[in-house]
Design a binder for this molecule. Sequence first.
Ligand code: IFM
Length: 454
Amino acid sequence: MHSELLTFPKDFVWGTATASYQIEGGFEQGGRKASIWDTFSHTPGMIEDGATGDVAVDHYHRYREDIKLMQTLGLKHYRMSLAWPRIVPDDCGRVEQRGLDFYDRLLDELLQAGITPYVTLYHWDLPQWLQDRGGWTNRSTVDAFLSYTQTVVHAFSDRVTNWMTFNEPWVASYCGNLNGAHAPGLKDIPTALQVAHHMLLAHGKSIPIIRSEAPHVKVGIVNNLAWVEPATTKAEDVKAAERWDGAYNRLFMDPLFKGQYPQDMIDHFGNAMPVILEGDLQAMQAPLDFLGINYYTRRLVAHDHTEPFIQAKQVYRSYVPRAEFEEFEVWPEGLYKVLKRVKEEYTDLPLYISENGTTLLDAISEDGCVHDPGRVQYLHDHFAATHQAIAEGCDVRGYFVWSFMDNFEWGFGFSKRFGIVYVDYKNNLRRIPKDSAYFLAQTLLSNSIKVHSL
Ligand code: IFM
C-alpha cells in the first residue's frame, strides 16, 4: 500500500454552509414576520418529527458562540443566507431596520474573526405576505425580490464581496410546488414550472442591480446538479434518464448558459411550460462571476409510466452505499463527472462546491465526543473526486461542507443530521464538533488530503 498527498490549489477556499431558516430561530424577534416555512412547519403533519424552525438551533442568539467555534476550528470561509422576512416582513414593503442590524452584527463578528462571508439571497424562506399574493407564481414576486436584493446588497456589500442569488432553484420549485414536500406545499406541474421560471428570471434580473449597487463584488447562483445514469441499457430507461437530466439539471442550466430551455423539455411539458415573456431568456443569461454547485448524489433512473412529472423513477443497487438520508447514494465519482460536464457543456467560469455533505445517525460517545468516521470518509472521497477534476482542468475554487452544524432539515425536521458540529437537542442545544469537523480543520490547514492505494 502506498499513500499520496493530494494538494489543492493555493488559496483554495475551504468552508462550511448554512441557511437562515435552518439555523436562526428567533422567528418573531427583531420585527421578523412569517415566511412560508413558518406557515408550513406549523401545519400539522408537514414535518416528519413535528418540529419547526421557531428556535431552530438558536443561531439568532448564539451567533457569537458559533463564530467563535468556527474560529477555533480554523475555518476562514462561511456560506450563509439572509432571511428575507427579517428584512421585508410585511406587505407594505417597509424595510425592517432591526433585521438589517442583526446581519450587521453577524457580518461584523465574522469579519472580526477573520472569516469571509459568502451570502445567499434566497434559501427558500419567502415572506408569507408574498405567498399570499401567489408567491413565485406571481411575476410581481420577481420585482419584490429585486427590491429586497437592492436593499441588502446596498447595506452589506462593504463587507460581503461574494453574493449568491438563489440556492437550488429546482428544489425550491419542485419540492415546494410539485410534490408538496416543502413549503408552500403545492402539487401542480404548471405551477412548479412557472415558479422555476420566475426564480431564474429573478436571478438574472438581479445581476445588473447587484453590479450597479456594488461593482466590486462577485456574484453567482447555486444549482444542485446530480450525475444521472439509466438503470439499464433498455431504450425506455435511457430515455427516462434523459428526461430526469432534462428536468432537474438542464432545465436549470441551459437558460443560464445557453439562453434557452432544453427543446426535449419544451416538447415533454407542452402546455405546462411556463409563460415566458420577451426578454426573459435573455435576462436569465446575465454574465456571472462563478457558479456554485451543490452535489449530493448520483441518480440511477428507470422508466415509470405511473410517475406524473417525467415518467421516471430513481432506483437503487444494494451494493451502492446510501446516506442515512436514503434518497442519496454515496457516489463521489458523480461529483467528478458533474464538474467535468459543467466545464465541457456549459462554462469555464470559476466553480465552487457550494454544498456537499451527508447524514448519519450521530450520537455522543462515552468519551463525550461525536465520532463520525462515515462522514470523514465521505468528505475525504468527495474532496479526492474534486481534486481529480481540478487536475484535469476544472477551475474549482472552493468547497463548502454542508453543514456547519446540525439543523432543521426541512421536511425531516431535526431527524437528520448533516452537521460537522453536533447539536445536542436534549441538552440546551450545546455544540460539539464531530470528528469530521477536525478532519476539515486538518484538511484546510494542510490544504491537502492523503489517499491510499495498493
Ligand atoms: O439542508 C439542505 C440545504 O438547505 C440545501 N441543500 C441540501 C441540504 C441537505 O438536504
